[in-house]
Design a binder for this molecule. Structure first.
Ligand code: NAD
Length: 542
C-alpha cells in the first residue's frame, strides 16, 4: 500500500463527572474492587518477557498504608543490561515501520483507555497515588488519551515537513529516530506523564527503557499492559522498576544512550545532567536531555482583581491532589485592600474540604504519597509554627496513623522571602504574603527574583494595564502564564506544558516541540542531471 495518510484530527477527551447514579461511577467502583482484590505481583518487563527477580518491594495505598496493594519485582543490573539488548533488537523492526503503523498502536491505546481501560487505569491511580475520582479522570484517563491522540497528529506534521527543491533536484527529510535508546524517568504524581514520557519518543520510532517512579509502579504497570493490549511490539518499551541511582548508573554507562526523557525534581535532573556530561566522551551521539522539573508557582492578585475568583483559584490551585502538582499554587501575593475578603472566603472553603480515602467520593483531598513526603511537608508546617514571621491560618494538622493525611494548610508570612515563599514543598501548604496596594510594582519584581524556578503562575486583575505590566515583568517567571485563572490544569493541545529556569528544558509536553526532540533528520538531496564538467562559466575566455 502506498499513501500519505492523515492521522485522525485530535479532540480533547471529555471529562466524565462520576455523579451518583452515572455509569462511569459504577464502572470505576467495580474497577477499584477488582484491583484491590487482585494483590498483583508486578514483574520487570524486558523485550516483552516478564521477569520475576524475587527481590520484592511493596506498592502501598498512601491513604491506607497498612493494607498492601501489590508487590513488584525490582530490576537489577542484569535486567537493565538485558533491556539495553532488547531495545537494540526491537529497534531494527520498529524504526522500519511506517509512521502510520506506529502511531496506530498509540491511537488504539487511546481508544482502549477511553473505553474498557478507563476504569482500570483510573482505579489504579486512585489506589496507588491517592487521587480522587476527578483527579484520576483528568490525569490517567483524559490527559493520557490526549497525549496519545495529539502526539499522533504532531508526528504526522513532523513527517510531512519537507524542504524545498530547486529545479533538477529533489530534497527530502528522512526523519530518523535517534540512534540508540531513550531512557524515560517518570514521576509519581501524574499517570499521564508516566505514560507520555516513554511513548512520545516511541511514536517517532525510538526504543525506550522506562524506569517508573517506585511510588507509582502500580499504575505504571497497568499502562504497560494497556500498551501491550494495543499491539506494542515487545522490546520497544521495557519496564524496569528498581533503584533509581543503580539503574541510571548502568544506563548512563552505555554508549547507546541517545536521550533522556525526564520529569521529576530539579535536584535529580541536575544530577543526571552532570553524570551525562561527565561521560560525554563515551557516547555515540550527544544524548538529548529533556527534563521538566520543579516549581514554586504563584498567584498574584492586583487591587482590581475579583476576590471570589482569587479565593477559588487558591483553593483549587493549591490543594487539589494535595498540592502535589508541579504547577500547584504555593506562593500567593494579595493586596491589603482585598485581603479581608479573600481571607474569609478562602477560609470558608477550606473549612468545608474533606480529606480522606478517595474511595469515599465526598472527599476533595486524599493522602500525600509516602512517609518521606509526609515528613518533609510536616517539617515545613512545624517550622512555620515556630517562626515569628509566619501565622497558620488554617490546617497545620496531620495524621499518619492509617494514611499520610495532611489537612489543607494556609499560612500567612510577614516576610516575602521566608523559605515557605521560596522552596518547593510539594504538599497541601499554601503561603500568602499580603502587600500594601501601592507596592504592586515592587511585588512584580519580587516574584520574578525570589525563586530559581519558572514554571507556572496566575495573575488576577480586571485592569488591563495591570495585566500588561505583569505579563511584561513576569515574562521569564512562568512557562505557563495564566490571566484570571489558576496556575494548574494545563490541557494537552491547549496549554502545552513546561517551564524554564530551574523548572526544566521547557520542551513543552503535549506539543510538536517535544516530539521534535526525538528525531534526528537526515537530509537527502537527489540531483537529476549531475554536472559533467568541473568548470564554471566565469572561467571561460571573454
Ligand atoms: P523525584 O525527583 O523524587 O523522582 C522523579 C524520578 O526520578 C523518579 O522516577 C525517581 O525514581 C527518579 N530518581 C530519583 N533519584 C534518581 C537518581 N539518582 N537518578 C535517576 N533517577 C532518579 O520526583 P517525584 O517526587 O516523583 O515528583 C515530584 C517532582 O516532580 C516535583 O519536584 C515536581 O515539581 C516535579 N514535576 C514536574 C513536572 C513538570 O512538568 N515540570 C511534572 C510533574 C512533576
Amino acid at each position: 500500500m502506498s499513501s500519505i495518510p492523515n492521522a485522525p484530527e485530535p479532540r480533547n477527551e471529555k471529562v466524565l463527572d462520576y455523579a451518583p447514579g452515572s455509569r462511569e461511577r459504577q464502572e470505576l467502583k467495580a474497577g477499584i474492587g477488582k484491583l484491590r482484590g487482585e494483590q498483583a505481583e508486578i514483574p520487570v518487563v524486558v523485550g516483552g518477557r516478564e521477569i520475576r527477580t524475587g527481590e520484592l518491594r511493596k506498592s502501598i495505598m498512601p491513604h491506607n498504608h497498612t493494607v498492601p496493594l501489590a508487590t513488584w519485582h525490582k530490576a537489577g543490573t542484569a535486567e537493565v543490561l538485558q533491556a539495553v539488548q532488547a531495545a537494540k533488537e526491537a529497534s531494527r523492526e520498529w524504526a522500519s515501520w511506517r509512521w502510520e503503523d506506529r502511531v496506530a498502536v498509540f491511537l488504539r491505546a487511546a481508544d482502549l483507555l477511553a473505553n474498557s481501560w478507563r476504569p482500570i487505569l483510573n482505579a489504579a491511580t486512585m489506589l496507588g497515588q491517592s487521587k480522587t475520582a476527578h483527579q484520576a479522570e483528568i490525569d490517567s484517563a483524559c490527559e493520557l488519551i490526549d497525549f496519545w491522540r495529539y502526539n499522533a497528529h504532531f508526528a504526522q506534521r513532523i513527517f510531512a515537513e519537507q524542504p524545498r527543491s530547486a529545479p533538477g533536484t529533489w530534497n527530502r527529510f528522512d526523519h530518523r529516530p535517534l540512534e540508540g535508546f531513550v531512557y524515560a524517568v517518570t514521576p509519581f504524581n501524574f499517570t499521564a506523564i508516566a505514560g507520555n514520557l516513554p511513548t512520545a519518543p516511541a511514536m517517532l520510532g525510538n526504543v525506550v527503557i522506562w524506569k517508573p517512579s517506585d511510588k507509582a509502579v502500580f499504575s505504571g504497570y497497568h499502562i504497560l499492559k494497556l500498551l501491550e493490549a494495543a499491539g506494542l511490539p515487545p522490546g520497544v518499551i521495557s519496564f524496569i522498576p528498581g533503584t533509581a541511582s543503580e539503574i541510571t548508573e548502568t544506563l548512563l554507562s552505555s554508549p547507546d544512550l541517545a536521550g533522556i526523557h525526564y520529569t521529576g525534581s530539579t535536584s535529580v535532573f541536575e544530577r543526571i545532567w552532570g553524570e551525562v556530561s561527565d561521560r560525554i566522551d563515551g557516547y555515540r551521539s550527544y544524548p538529548r536531555l529533556v527534563g521538566e522539573t520543579g516549581g514554586k508557582d504563584f498567584i498574584l492578585a492586583h487591587p482590581s482583581a475579583d476576590p471570589v475568583a482569587v479565593s477559588v483559584a487558591i483553593v483549587r490551585g493549591g490543594f487539589e491532589y494535595q498540592g502535589q502538582k508541579c504547577s500547584a499554587a504555593s506562593r500567593i501575593f494579595i493586596p491589603d485592600s482585598l485581603w479581608p475578603e479573600i481571607r474569609d472566603r478562602t477560609l470558608e472553603m477550606i473549612a468545608e474540604i474533606r480529606v480522606g480515602d478517595p474511595e469515599d467520593f465526598r472527599n476533595f483531598m486524599g493522602a500525600v504519597i509516602d512517609r518521606s513526603s509526609f515528613d518533609n511537608i510536616v517539617s515545613y508546617i512545624e517550622d512555620a509554627r515556630q517562626s515569628d514571621e509566619a501565622e497558620i491560618l488554617a490546617g497545620g494538622t496531620y495524621d499518619d496513623g492509617e494514611g499520610f493525611f495532611i489537612d489543607p494548610t494556609l499560612i500567612k508570612v510577614s516576610n516575602p522571602s521566608h523559605r515557605l515563599m521560596r522552596e518547593e514543598i510539594f504538599g497541601p501548604v499554601v503561603t500568602v504574603y499580603v502587600y500594601p496596594d501601592r507596592e504592586w510594582e515592587e511585588v512584580l519584581h519580587l516574584i520574578d527574583r525570589s525563586t530559581p524556578y519558572g514554571l507556572t503562575g496566575g495573575v488576577f486583575a480586571t485592569s488591563r494595564a495591570a495585566i500588561l505590566q505583569a505579563g511584561e515583568v513576569l515574562r521569564n517567571t512562568a512557562g505557563n502564564f495564566y490571566i484570571n485563572d489558576k496556575p494548574t490544569g494545563a490541557v494537552v493541545g491547549e496549554q502545552p506544558f513546561g517551564g524554564a529556569r530551574k523548572s526544566g528544558t521547557n520542551d513543552k509536553a503535549g506539543s510538536i516541540l517535544n516530539l521534535q526532540r526525538w528525531i534526528s533528520p537526515r537530509v537527502i538531496k537527489e540531483t537529476f542531471h549531475p554536472p559533467t564538467s568541473y568548470r564554471y562559466p566565469f572561467m571561460d575566455d571573454a
